[in-house]
Ligand binder design. Structure first.
Ligand code: ADP
Ligand code: MG
Length: 351
């Protein structure tokens, strides 16, 4: 069974950056205002993430990584079933199947921190002969998750990874994007033993400032803010509000920063958050790229940051953590409306 668990875990956790994405989301869920990441060997040797969030109660430490249990998952048909209906609550469990996982955590009301180690979904002793029970230790409010030797027991996963520098740049990419989406949260990332961080954002910043800090002044100074929602009137002439009445029940809204005609990069940068989760949609990317046709010269590309909030009943971005591409109801209508809003914002800018 442990082999099946390992395979399943590898479906969720593809590489250090995908583990990190899950962990960052947990920190944000915990209300953290500071998220510090330390990396060794592109995250393969060590991936550590420290937050100042609400912490985990000691009584919950026993079951923290236990959800992905063999009782829930005994055959491959179960596997495909789970893949269809979601892996939520499985991140830490999955990680414990493919790495050495340890947790140090302290809630506000705890008088000390607690340290626990996990393997294959269960508490394990930090060292042979020691107790598996969480151990009292010193620590600040919040949680530190340490992942060591990722994929030590899944050689195929390990061999599918790129160089440590490539994996590290993917980690930085994920953090950069979450930092822009969460400008009030201080993010940092450094290599273990390195004196200075490779990424560092202040707390209580603004989206624009964070973009300037992480992507540079040349992007930030050409950004146009765009707001769009299902209730926006459609201003384009001849564009009928086809999905009119329905939309009140499928309500959504979005906020974006997009570059104007003065910004001309070789490669498009597209940051997409749906309900605060970082996702990918090549369909959206293509549609928005097309908006710039005639605005940018051939070969030039825009920078687009888009945050969409959609009624969770029509989007289940968490259902497929293994899938890179997101799909949801009314996708077509939303893409069209956002494209129109972009078009309009760029046209206004050009006059
Ligand atoms: P999920 O986030 O889908 O519930 P996870 O495996 O990612 O599943 O996390 C399991 C649980 O562990 C979370 O629901 C949360 O209660 C707790 N947890 C994980 N990371 C943190 C953290 N950094 N701070 C506080 N609680 C956490
Ligand atoms: Mg989670």
């Amino acid at each position: 069974e442990s082999l099946i668990n390992r395979i399943a875990a590898g479906e969720i956790i593809h590489r250090p950056a995908s583990a990190l994405k899950e962990l960052v989301e947990n920190c944000l869920d915990a209300g953290a205002t500071s998220i510090r990441v330390t990396v060794k060997d592109g995250g393969m040797k060590l991936l550590q993430i420290q937050d100042n969030g609400c912490g985990i109660r000691k009584t919950d430490l026993h079951i923290l990584a236990e959800r992905f249990t063999t009782s829930k998952l005994s055959t491959f048909s179960d596997l495909s079933h789970i893949r269809t209906y979601g892996f939520r609550g499985e991140a830490l469990a999955s990680i414990s199947h493919v790495a050495h996982l340890s947790v140090v955590t302290k809630t506000k009301s705890d008088t000390c921190a607690w340290r626990a180690c996990y393997s294959d979904g269960f508490l394990v002793a930090p060292k042979p002969g020691q107790s598996i029970e969480p151990k009292a230790c010193a620590g600040n409010d919040g949680t530190t998750i340490t992942i060591e030797d990722l994929f030590y027991n899944t050689p195929t996963r390990l061999s599918a990874l790129r160089s440590t520098s490539e994996e590290y740049s993917r980690i930085l990419d994920v953090l950069t994007k979450y930092a822009i989406h969460n400008p009030k949260v201080a993010f940092s990332c450094k290599k273990a033993n390195s004196p200075s961080p490779d990424l560092s954002t202040p707390s209580s910043s603004e989206t624009l400032n964070t973009i300037r800090l992480l992507y540079g002044h040349s992007v930030a100074k050409e950004l146009v803010p765009v707001k769009v929602s299902s209730k926006c009137p459609v201003n384009e002439e001849g564009d009928m509000d086809v999905d009119g009445g329905e939309e009140d029940s499928e309500s959504w809204h979005g906020e974006a920063y997009i570059t104007n005609a003065n910004y001309q990069a070789k490669k498009m940068v597209f940051l997409l958050f749906i309900n605060h989760r970082l996702v990918e949609s090549s369909r959206m990317k293509r549609a928005f790229e097309a908006v710039y046709t005639g605005i940018l010269p051939k070969g030039a590309s825009p920078f687009i940051y888009l945050s969409l909030e959609i009624d969770p009943r029509s989007v289940d971005v968490n259902v497929h953590p293994t899938k890179k591409e997101v799909h949801f109801l009314n996708e077509e209508a939303i893409i069209e409306k956002v494209s129109n809003a972009f078009q309009e914002a760029l046209t206004v800018q050009n006059h």
